[in-house]
Design a protein around this ligand. Structure first.
Ligand code: FAD
Length: 627
């Protein structure tokens, strides 16, 4: 379908159709870009972005205890309690009493990159951050075992001043090391004096007369010309509405609200609800120290071997000789990960021996290689997808001793197409279920009926007594963090009202009717399908270039057009219909939150996305209007 003309407005001369899956890990498609004369831009995607680039709940995490009885945790290292460095980052919070050029919300990868680039370009920009430290999700997701699934050096800033003197200890760094990294980045880039911690943004309205955002925070009002939200996709933890949760006498804790002092598992009866990425990591830790660990599973996770290892300084020094090129590859189409490349062929176009060899190699490489580094049609074609699932299933079942447990953890028939729910990375997750202290409860057969004072009761009458109940239940992802702020447009309607029937944005960065409001790593941009810093940098540079463009042209106000928003939303609907992604009830589809409209919330092609925003920029920021 031609996407150049929708709502009667011309957005781009380019239309596109899916051609083959992309090389990028989470890019399920590559696109052939076809203009109205049939010319193809496919195959030389790099020049697109290069061209553009050349143009130049204050979280509960600080509290000891949680939702239930809130028993204080002991700081007992032999106990497996996760120690956390409290980061009060910085001395006096900066006073922000004058109108700013840009107010940035959030001090994670995106907010810090925005602040750095904006200040480099001479904008008066500040960050306000609800949490007590920098690092975004890594400062709040302090649960035991928390670590990143993107391997070194993909998950870091490409800024040489930051990586030159920084060395990681592990291929997949843990939460504490990531927090130290963010402190290092903030100091190296001299950002500390422009970040106000412990300050939550609660509301904002656009003052038409002054053409300024008036932003309400827990530390008072801030006025700024541009309001740039870098609140992340995982700022609003999701706590399911389970009857009796408040009655639990033990400690009940969401993984994203982990207390600074940790929660003791040693010798305790621990229950974990959920089987997503955080659950896998915490289950691995708890299985080592808990007296009894009960995992409540609704849907099995297709966890992949992490293949973690230590890193030496010497090997990183050698690798740094190529970092400039590595980061360039990471940030340009196909983008995302510099070293995960899909085969040019489909899974069923090769012999079973060749297919197995490709799968084995990706498996051994570890990390997301098996998800994104095999055949071009894994995310598109059910038969191809099934070959990946079967390989994963056979490898996984071989590690589980009890066939009944294997049937639940790695069923013979796929519970959803492989890769349509995020495959977490594991280090001994499946072996944990062979231990006598680890139990699996199948919620498909018997859902949780209620939480009692002593534990969890399932609908088959099962009573699971617990001391600690961990809610690894994820997030109101993509939209939740943004909609926690009461954002009013000049006409008085709020962002919540605007999105009540589904999200519409321009490139996942702006909404018609909300001038000078921009957001990064938001809904309808690649976000969760993209390695975090890859998204932060090219998308962040694009926003900074747009603000420079406005400064140069004397524009004071920018907003996306209604038809451009509609068109982008329709495009995502088309993409969802073509992909296997829409077959799973995942948070990618908003399906984990009761009542949330089911729609694909992230754009599954970093490649296509970078080309789209480059084309808009090349055409004078098509899709946006300026005053
Ligand atoms: C457990 C976990 C594991 C992950 N693993 C990976 C991975 O392996 N690879 C990967 O690429 N990505 C991963 N991610 C995604 C991760 O979110 C991104 O990589 C990246 O951290 C996004 O950065 P950000 O700056 O956009 O958002 P965040 O890091 O989420 O930072 C947003 C900040 O905004 C603040 N904030 C929110 N609302 C307000 C408000 N109203 N007022 C003030 N401050 C506010 C928050 O406190 C937070 O500090 C993971 C996410 C989680 C939760």
């Amino acid at each position: 379908m031609c996407l150049g003309l929708i709502c009667g407005c011309r957005i781009s001369q380019w239309r596109f159709r899916p051609r083959r899956p992309s090389y990028v890990i989470l890019d399920l498609w590559d696109y052939v870009w076809v203009n109205d004369d049939g010319d193809k831009a496919h195959g030389d995607t790099r020049q697109w972005t290069q061209r553009a680039a050349n143009r130049s709940d204050r979280y509960l995490s600080d509290k000891i205890g949680g939702i239930g009885g809130g028993h204080a945790a002991r700081n007992d290292s032999q106990d497996g309690v996760h120690m956390v460095i409290e980061q009060t980052s910085g001395s006096q919070p900066p006073e922000i009493d004058q109108p700013l050029d840009v107010l940035v919300v959030g001090a994670g990868f995106n907010g810090l990159y925005q602040l750095h680039r904006l200040r480099q370009e001479g904008f008066d920009a500040h960050i306000v951050e609800a949490s007590s430290g920098v690092g975004g999700v890594w400062n709040t997701n302090r649960y035991p075992g928390a670590r990143v699934d993107s391997h070194v050096p993909n998950y870091e800033f490409s800024i040489e001043a930051v990586w030159r003197d920084w060395n990681w200890t592990e291929r997949f760094p843990g939460q504490e090391e990531l927090c130290r990294y963010f402190e290092h980045a903030v100091d190296t880039l001299d950002l500390r004096h422009h970040i106000r911690l412990n300050t939550q943004v609660t509301a904002a309205r656009f003052d038409e007369q002054r053409c300024r955002w008036v932003v309400e925070t827990t530390a008072g009002q801030i006025v700024a010309q541009y309001f740039v939200l870098c609140t992340g996709f995982a700022s609003k933890p999701y706590i399911p509405n389970i009857a009796g949760l408040e009655d639990f006498d033990g400690t009940c804790q969401h993984t994203a609200q982990w207390p600074v002092g940790g929660v003791a598992f040693h010798g305790k009866r621990v229950g974990v609800v959920g089987t997503g990425a955080s659950a896998v990591q915490i289950v691995q830790e708890a299985s080592r120290t808990a007296a009894e660990l009960t995992v409540f599973q609704r849907t099995p996770v297709t966890a992949l071997p992490m293949q973690q290892r230590s890193l030496t300084v010497a090997e990183q020094d050698r690798a740094k000789l190529e970092y400039a090129e590595i980061f360039q590859r990471r940030n340009e189409p196909p983008g995302s990960f510099f070293d995960i490349v899909r085969q040019e062929v489909g899974a069923l176009e090769v012999s079973s021996e060749e297919r197995r060899a490709v799968f084995e190699e990706a498996w051994e490489a570890g990390g997301f290689h098996f998800w994104g580094g095999t055949f071009k049609d894994i995310g598109l074609d059910l038969a191809a997808n099934r070959t990946a699932y079967d390989f994963w299933r056979d490898k996984t079942r071989a590690r589980i001793m009890d066939p009944a447990v294997a049937d639940l953890l790695a069923p013979l028939e796929p519970p959803y197409p492989f890769g349509t729910k995020r495959p977490s990375l594991e280090q001994g997750y499946y072996e944990g279920f062979n231990q006598p202290n680890v139990h699996l409860v199948d919620l498909q057969g018997a859902p949780i009926e209620c939480v009692t004072t002593t534990g969890v009761r399932t609908s088959d009458g099962g009573q699971h007594d617990l001391d600690v109940l961990v809610l690894a239940t994820g997030f109101d992802a993509n939209t939740g963090g943004l909609l926690q702020i009461d954002i009013a447009s000049p006409s008085g309607d709020t962002l919540t009202q605007r999105w009540s029937d589904g999200v519409e944005t321009q490139f996942g960065m702006a909404v018609n009717g909300f001038p000078n409001l921009l957001f990064l790593y938001g809904p309808q941009s690649p976000t969760a399908f993209c390695n975090g810093p890859t998204c932060a940098e090219p998308q962040g540079d694009w926003v900074v270039r747009m603000l420079i463009h406005m400064r140069r042209t004397g524009s004071k106000r920018v907003e996306s057009t209604a038809c451009a928003d509609r068109r982008w939303a329709e495009h995502l609907e088309e993409v969802a219909a073509m992909a296997l992604l829409s077959q799973a009830d995942s948070w990618y589809m908003g399906a984990n939150i009761p009542g949330k409209r089911r729609q694909l919330l992230n754009y599954p092609s970093t490649d296509g996305y970078l080309m789209f925003i480059a084309a808009s920029e090349a055409n004078g920021y098509e899709g946006f209007s300026f005053d």
